[in-house]
Design a protein. Sequence first.
Length: 708
Amino acid sequence: MLSGGGARGTAHIGVLKVLEQMRVPVDAIAGTSMGAVVGGLYASGLASRDIERIMTSINWQGAFRDKPPREDLTLRRKQEDETFLVNFPLGLRGGQIILPRGLIQGQRLTETLRRLTLPVSRFSNFDDLPTPFRAVATDLETGEAVVMGSGDLTSAMRASLSAPGVFAPVEREGRLLVDGGIADNVPVDIARAMGVDIVIVVDVGFPLLPRRELGNAGVISNQMLAILIRRNARTQLATLTPRDILIEPALGDASSFDFGKVARVIGVGEAAARVQSGRLAQLAVSEQDMQGYLARREAQRQAPPRIDYVQVEPGSERYQSATADLFQDMVGKPLDPAAVARRVTAMYGRGGLDSLDYHVVGEPDHYGLALDARPDWQGPNYLRFGLSLQDDFQGNSTYDAAVRFVMSNITRNAGEWVTDLQIGSTSLISTELFLPLAQFSGWFVMPHVADEARDLFVLQGQTLLAEYRVHTFDYGVDFGRQFGNWGEIRVGAQQQQGHYVLAIGDPHDPNLPVQSFTPFNTHDYFVRFSYDRLDDINFPHRGQQATLQWSAYRSPSGLGQTADQVTGSYLGAYSFGRDTFSFSATGGGTLQARVTDLNLMFPLGGFLNLSGLRQDSLLGPDFGIARALYYRQIGRGGPGYFDVPTYLGMSLEIGNVWQSRSQARFNNTEKDASIFLGLDTFLGPVYLASGFDTHGNQAFYLFLGRTF
């Protein structure tokens, strides 16, 4: 019998290791929460050494995140993450904000458990598993303990683990289930009901904190929950007989959330089991009998069966068409777990789902693949937020705050209506319709309209000469095709109208490039190719990202000029353990010989854009910059939303802007460098940095997010 306890529950693995080493067979297992996960994996036929290898090799930060790896997201979602940085979307329904039912939906954890238990997926009765098994959960409506002894093994483990407020509840067989520890954290009665004559209890329950540590509402709430769980546990432990064995690993105040110490906790479990080695030895069988027991367990783990049909579970009917398109070609073939996982990731990566899971159903010689797609509890409409703050400690600070309202699944092909509102250095209101032309075809059309006002600075050296507020109104349409989740080619045309307003500067200064309220009017056309395989947009560790674009500006009236520009960018990242090297280059040129339109100028200056110079202090129709970055992860944090990965790094930068391409030479580039401390927070990346150049300039930055 394995109790709940979060990360503390990995001590169960150490106990199972000792039982195998001492040749003590386990006839049945009952488990709660993490005890159900370890117990379920053992019941599926995995040996304790296999479970140890799995638990110590899992990237727990990744397992407790719902999003697929960024490289597996659709390009649409990748583009959204570049701008809207706050990793906490909110639902909007009937004019009310809808909060998530848990910080973690558990999609990636479910995928991991599913892959590990597929070899026993043909068993629907837990008594038929290599080791009979029961998992305990709590009915969120009634508070009753729910004993799961049949059905889908993965969902049983996942439900038992669903700590309220951390994991979203699991819908299973008509019930909404959460962590079993609330109702029965030490299910001695359930283990005894399985017909065993001796119960070995492993209790890794929650310790009570001393008075001096009860200093805030969150800690007090956890203490109250621990008191209730311990009260129930004492009742169960009181039923133990002299023949039963109680093992209590000495875990002290080890946290239930600290999965970074799994190996040490497993060792504590081993040590606790060896304390009871005298009594355990009385239960040992011969070496021959133990080898036969282990062989029988392993033999029941078989390759996944052939799939004869695909179906969707009740409640998932709206996804019938999409799942048929993705999975129907698997009929008549042996189930390929890797292929199914890739397709699940592809569909889940589109967004709009809380979870997407699958399991094997049917009878011997006729098995099916059942897909369970749960729509986003907060959706289909949601809000996302973006935030950017910058201060150079010299009196120059900027901010931008943005909100995006997304109405998803407005067409059968997963169309979206997106509206953005932004205030700050750039004020914006815009709307667009993203309309895929067919399911998973990649072809799309996107009409859009926007009204924007942004700051534009003109400097002489590092001294501000003028500041303009540039107002634009544009409307147009894009057409393109996305290639899987890695690339896109897009063409577009738009009409843009606007004017300049002089906010700072002498309106009579003849050196100013534009007078106040000067209008412009252009027809814009572009062709762009995008490639994106980065694993992370804030602090990439591997992958590449690139764009190449040709833009044409045609001015029928006003100040705007006729011009053609070509721009390109590249970023590649490579990691060795905690150390990451990245190289990026960005450049652009204007094909016409003389350009004076400020709208056609490229800015440089600021953090990682010639870090020793003031932001946007260089302006010209041609530019180029290359950067080499090194950063080391010095802080890992914990799982899910509680982690704040921290990096210490430096950059070397070389680049400049030029008034004509003929001036672009290596010997007239700026050479800059920076050192920085970066934190990857759920609000976006935060940097504390200092930049330098070869002219003796130095700049300091406190930076949150990226400029929009």
